[in-house]
Write a protein of this length. Structure first.
Length: 255
């Protein structure tokens, strides 16, 4: 253990994603009690086999089958984990699509999944955190917020709203004992990225990888476990003076 999180309760939204599962693994290694939501039992099982191989206590993990982006899903999660000390807000981003093809329903869904989810979860847990004089809220967003990516307007617009939200609320009195920060991951080797790269023929795949890595000074993709370690640091007492910030984790892609 590095971060002294043994007595903390963590709620990780979307444990059926690589970044979510990596966070689960990291917090369990710190002996925290972890709850997580999952939409896909199949994806969760596959990722658990990948990330939860070490011999640490899985007895401290509770899996809640619920879509955290829905009101009913949030209620179900909070009925199981009503007083988390640490909240990791996360939900898979919308698919790439040309903006002229987008319908009103696409915008509403993106705003719900990438903005309203975070707002509602924060609202539900912050009072308890403040009363206990400890709380950490970490929003996993996207690098596209500060550096828009072609055809990801849904993600950029919705998550830009999240940036404005934390800048606005972070100064409020109720955050005296609670920190809230946004993490903006760049290119991490997740299942989604692997599937995208594997959709190219072998020669084109290498070309695509080279096109991405030429803009990343460290010349590699990020490891989700690296990302999770940053979450653990921010969630600990050691990260208590970092508040209201937008933190890029992109291997120096954007400096």
């Amino acid at each position: 253990m590095i971060y002294d999180l043994e007595k903390k309760i963590v709620l990780v939204c979307s444990g059926d994603t690589d970044l979510g599962m990596a966070c689960i693994s990291a917090f369990l290694k710190e002996k925290a009690t972890v709850y997580t939501s999952t939409k896909s039992k199949k994806s969760f099982k596959e990722l658990a086999n990948k990330y939860l191989k070490d011999n640490f206590s899985k007895k401290k993990l509770t899996v809640i089958n619920a879509d955290i982006a829905t009101e009913s899903g949030r209620k179900k999660c909070l009925s199981k984990c009503s007083d988390p000390d640490i909240l990791i807000n996360h939900y898979p981003g919308p698919s790439a699509k040309h903006f002229l093809e987008l319908k009103i329903s696409d915008w509403i869904e993106a705003l719900n999944n990438c903005l309203i989810l975070n707002l509602e979860m924060t609202k539900e847990v912050i009072s308890g955190m403040n009363k206990r004089r400890f709380g950490r809220i970490i929003n996993i967003s996207s690098i596209s917020v500060l550096h828009p990516i072609q055809n990801l307007e849904l993600s950029t617009v919705a998550r830009s709203g999240l940036e404005g939200y934390i800048k606005s609320v972070a100064r409020k009195e109720i955050f005296k004992y609670v920190t809230i920060n946004n993490l903006l991951p760049g290119y991490f080797m997740t299942t989604a990225l692997e599937n995208h790269l594997n959709s190219f023929h072998k020669k084109d795949r290498k070309k695509k990888i080279d096109e991405i890595l030429v803009n990343i000074p460290v010349k590699r993709f990020g490891d989700p476990n690296e990302f999770a370690e940053i979450c653990c640091f921010l969630a600990s007492h050691k990260g208590g003076y970092i508040h209201g910030q937008t933190i890029q984790i992109s291997g120096g892609q954007y400096i």
